[in-house]
Design a protein around this ligand. Sequence first.
Ligand code: SAM
Length: 222
Amino acid sequence: MNLLEFARASSTPESPLLAALRKATWQQTRHGRLMSDPHTGQVLTMISQLLQPQIALELGTFSGYGTLCLLKGLQSDGVLHTVERNDELFCLQDKHWAQAKGHNRIQRHHALAMDVLVQWDMSKNGAIDLAYVDADKQGIVDQLNALLPLMSNGGWMLFDNTWWNGTLSDATGAKPDALRELNARLLSDSTLTTTVLPIGDGLSAVRVSHHEGRAKQRQVQV
Ligand SMILES: C[S@@+](CC[C@H](N)C(=O)[O-])C[C@H]1O[C@@H](n2cnc3c(N)ncnc32)[C@H](O)[C@@H]1O
């Protein structure tokens, strides 16, 4: 057993609700592999519970598995925005979200990720404390650029698939190009502190600090 297998086997199993959503996602969609795996989902929950975001944003909802994981750490009067372009998934999301405590704090946007970012009304929606970026990879650098001014100072961004199955050293195409650019940018920007978590397909956890346009200092009461 390698370390990752041990970590998966020795971590608390997913809840019955998450297990039901996983099963339904595989049965009712053709792309179950797009869903966060249980271990990654658990790390999303852990990060959300540690940060206790007031405002969270997920780009790329799919069947809503990551949404439920992030919801667990959201403050009781917080809002979790989640953005998905494909409305065929909404039934599946609704059926499972309805069973989750605090599901009324989920605000779904049937939209393109960039449109939501560009049209984000800071005075109405507030600054984002936790962002999970998991939509199209080609647009990921544009999404970073649009997201940064919306982040609270001390907020965190999570980018999925930054390892790209270990192929980034020689893969060609728009997606690997974008991920290489993202990874380089995360390292070169002095306002960002990045830790790549070796889970799933690579999850980059990025702390944002001291950039223009920040709207609030994060204050978490523990
Ligand atoms: C990897 S899946 C998301 C998985 C989900 N976050 C989870 O944790 O299970 C990516 C989703 O992003 C959606 N998507 C892709 N590009 C998008 C875009 N530009 N705007 C909004 N949604 C997008 C896809 O339809 C798909 O459902």
